[in-house]
Design a protein around this ligand. Structure first.
Ligand code: NCD
Ligand code: ZN
Length: 348
């Protein structure tokens, strides 16, 4: 049997929610990853260092006994964020980034940023203190085609922003298009991107395979095959600018299987295994460790992990659902097989 031993990976884009939902999902991540950037889009959002500190405490308290896992916090930027809050965040030692959600772009983004020009002073402070900016890169104008929202955002918002703040380090989250791949690989120093398992493994046909598939709906929405192929080729190329961010985004079944379902795919139950499948498909398993364990840590200027995990080339069937507070959670590949299995983890 083929076995793959990797330095313990990190997840640089993760939603864990709060309360019973948090308790239901955090064990999956802690079993695989040493650290994760915890997305701040709670309701109400994590807009201050004080809120991030309290949320971090709730995450630590929800960990299974003996788990070794470090939540890396991120602040949710709004039109009213004070540059002083950036200084507090940087000084805390546990806030590692701040995120732009364009208002209305995705789940719990109604408090998001209406015009990035309002953030100039905040971004200047982030640039000065070297706090990473994380960006949900989609235009929200309903007149823009949903498949074009990422390219248009890059041209109209992100490229000019990166020029106005030439030393600001930026992560374009969950990239989904050829435009994003080309932008990130060709950009100035200090620009990187996370890539999700769904955008590496599925194209938009997965939304309509034999009928409408709400559990494959996420934002940015899955794109045409040529975009998936470009993303896979880019990560297989081993660029230091690309790293693992599952964007695992749990929503209860009852909020997915309705007339207007939430965006988000839950993948934490197989948060490294799914990437092993993608890298195997690309014939680039030797590039998985850099993508999963080194590039993100280097970009965030954090030490690389020292423990290891072991994956075996062994197929297993994903449960149809997992418990999720009063609801249940339908994971990616529910009732189907995944071809790599986590077989061991050793914290150093
Ligand atoms: C995320 C969520 O549910 O919080 N949903 C998603 O489809 N990715 C929000 C986000 O990252 O856009
Ligand atoms: Zn996300």
């Amino acid at each position: 049997m083929t076995v793959l031993r990797l330095t313990r990976p990190d997840d640089w884009h993760l939603h864990v929610r709060d309360g019973a939902a948090l308790a239901a999902v955090i064990p999956f991540t802690a079993a695989r990853f040493a650290r994760a950037i915890i997305m701040p889009n709670l309701k109400p959002p994590i807009t201050t260092t004080a809120l991030a500190e309290a949320y971090r405490g709730r995450i630590l308290a929800a960990l299974p006994p003996g788990a070794r896992f470090e939540p890396l916090m991120s602040l949710y930027l709004t039109d009213r964020t004070d540059p002083e809050e950036i200084s507090r965040a940087k000084g805390s030692g546990f806030v590692h980034g701040a995120k732009i959600y364009p208002a209305g772009a995705t789940t719990h983004s109604d408090a998001g940023v209406t015009d990035v020009r309002r953030l100039d002073a905040v971004l200047a402070r982030m640039e000065e203190l070297d706090l990473v900016l994380q960006v949900h890169g989609e235009l929200t104008d309903p007149a823009v085609d949903v498949f074009e929202r990422e390219p248009r955002f890059i041209e109209q918002v992100l490229a000019p922003l990166a020029q106005r703040h030439p030393r600001l380090r930026i992560v374009l989250e969950h990239i989904s298009t050829i435009t994003a791949v080309q932008f990130v690989l060709g950009a100035r120093e200090g620009i990187a991107a996370t890539v999700t398992p769904q955008h590496l493994l599925m194209n938009r046909n997965a939304l309509f395979a034999g009928g409408i598939r709400p559990h494959h709906y996420c934002l940015p929405v899955l794109k045409a095959e040529r975009h998936r192929a470009a993303l896979l080729a880019a990560v297989a190329g081993g660029s230091r600018r690309l790293f693992l961010g599952t964007d695992s985004a749990p929503h209860g079944r009852r909020t997915k299987e309705i007339a207007c379902g939430c965006a988000g795919i839950f993948s934490a139950h197989a948060g490294i295994e799914l990437y092993a499948e993608a890298f195997e498909e690309a014939g680039a398993l030797e590039k998985l460790e850099g993508f999963a364990a080194f590039h993100g840590a280097d970009f965030y200027r954090l030490p690389r992990n020292t423990g290891t995990i072991t994956l075996a080339r062994e197929s297993w069937e994903v449960p149809a659902c997992y418990p999720f507070g009063p609801d249940e959670l339908v994971p990616l590949r529910a009732g189907e097989r995944i071809h790599w299995r986590l077989s061991g983890a050793a914290a150093a």
